[in-house]
Design a protein around this ligand. Sequence first.
Ligand SMILES: [Zn+2]
Ligand SMILES: [Zn+2]
Length: 740
Amino acid sequence: MLCAICVNFDVRKLLLTAAAQPPKGFNDPTAPDTLECLRPAVPRFFEHHPNLLSLRSAADKCDLCASIWQAYASNTHPWELVQEELLKGISTKQIFVGTTAWDATLSGMPHISVIQEGEKGAIRTLALFEVCAQRCHEPADNSDLLARSIYSNSGSKGCLQLAAELLGNCINKHKSCSRQYPASSKLPTRIIDVEGTNPKLVDGGGKHETFAALSYCWGGDSEFILTGASEQLFRQGRPLSNFPATIRDAISITKAPGIRYIWIDALCIIQDSREDWAQEASRMRDVYRGAVVTIAAACAAKTTEGIFRERAVSTHPECWLNWKNGDSNPPKVFLRLGSELWDERMHQSVLNTRGWVLQETLLAPRTLWFGQQQICLECPKGSVDETGRTIRIVEIYRSKEFIQLVRREIIPGWRRQLIDLLREMHIPLAMKIPSLSLPTIIHARDLETIRHRAISWKPFTLQGYFKPPANIFGFSHFDFWLKIIENYSSRQLSQATDVLTALSGLAREFHQATGDMYVAGLWKRDIIQGLTWSRFPVRKKLPDGRVDNEPTLSNQYLAPSWSWASILGKKVLFMAETQFDHVKQFAEVLDIDIQTATHDPFGAVKGGSLTLRAPFLELDSKDLFIPPDSSSRYPKLSQFIFDVLKSGGGSEYGQKHRGYAEQKFAILKLVYWRRTLSSTERACFLILESVQDSNDWRRIESLNLTSKETVLWDSKEVLEKLAILDEIKHALKRHVVRII
Ligand SMILES: [Zn+2]
Ligand SMILES: [Zn+2]
């Protein structure tokens, strides 16, 4: 039922008007040959009720008014909904129905917006809707402007067919995807053949075939795994009903598009063989890269939970509208709240809390996500969900588009030299240098010219600008690596010693692109910035609610103390070089040595050292552990270190400190940054402790001193830190230091 106003609303005409808007094209930097299409909003297409009160009274007898009112009311504080509030301000203004701006590039669809305009152009959105067609009952005309209904169960035949169709679209219709990632590639060492009723383990044997891979939560909760003892059973084939639910469901998904093989780590790696595990872990990049699709069991926390889900029924009123295409019996479409199906659980899902999954997702050319409310196919061109909508990942480094760029940008030798040259001059790669074209730099090869131009650089007044070849959106590979580490380190690993192994596939990928040397989770060329990390401690909650102050320690060696991988903790944070326009690197790398734990140069490590020449200041016991008003030579610094030492509680120091009599402490100056525009300055130091019976040092904290800008609002602490800087300014002396 519709009210006298809504009955005149023509949703078809609105969507056609939105689609007819001249697009504002812009070049997508990732694919310069394609023009993105952003179609502008049509906000005031239809004059709806004159005010909120009128809308509310119509809601009793009109489905559209009821949908709008409910959408508004469910997002509004109850006191704003009382009669007298509805008689004030923006609530008394005319209501309009129109569309928002939308991205029409992949399979974007216009969203319906219901707005009110207040004083001085203020706009309030009452509701946002998607216009949907019931599957199999789509109107014959312009149905590409409509979303689709979702399936009641993600394991239904229709939903699996849709999954196969989305995959087929990428393989057959996305030229750039199929060119780079052909459907078949070399099979992994072992693979599950799902043909027939008893899936069985077979050897890949170097054959080229189409296969899928599974990305899922497996914390060792299943007994159904490949071991030396069970191998024969798996090779004979086991009835599908014996498989745990998640794996069983994955096999159904594999079969839907007619794929014969699937790779599942628990069944394709011999779980009780350390050698096999190490060997296969180092091949993970090829497995996930080679699989035509990776099935992501997004909401299954255990192997026994299964992938498929019943879908929740909408709690909002249904609003059906006529698709006025001139038929005497017009087709019906319905409105769904724009936010209703947005499956946040997909990217915040239990699967995405797992450390291993980051590389499984990034390395895979295509991932088929099975969430609670949606399925979604993600490929380098973007993601399309079950309703037909395009989803774009905001953070580019988390997308497949990004890894494709990394793959494409394998840097030839001369470009690498150029990057090294810029690094040597401490020019961040993210910088844009005006009036300096790439050929000029290459031909000049004249440090002085470049330096002179770089100094006269002014941000935001670019004429022609130089973008170093390793850059993606103006960022270097290394900037992206740091982003990846930040994301990765906030995930969980059931085995702390997997910290470098579960990242080895991505490290291999970056190495292919840059040719740089991988050193325990960091890169040699950018090691100084890589050392600026800090990591939040994990603090366990005790049963009585207090926080455990005892450090959570790993009882096994993880990495050298200068690597972020050396301690347990939460998110790793690095000092971002890209925010600054002036960089001065104080530490100079003399040597890096890494001993890997297996044959895999990107996997676990068993030792490593880093030798730096840098401004250095040693503090002996006289300077420390004494109240600050004592005879300490550097009372402010000593007090600061003393406070760090006291804090413990899972902090870096708490996890690493190995004390002994006559132990020494020291600080080492790494790097200094300045941002001219905001006059922010920042210096990063390492705090070191001596290692018993050797001349080596161990990193126990990093110390970041920020100045100027921050002083305004964070004065006390910052001023104290600045005082430290003053205190030690002339005491630092260049020194060669080996950190292990
Ligand atoms: Zn109405
Ligand atoms: Zn694609």
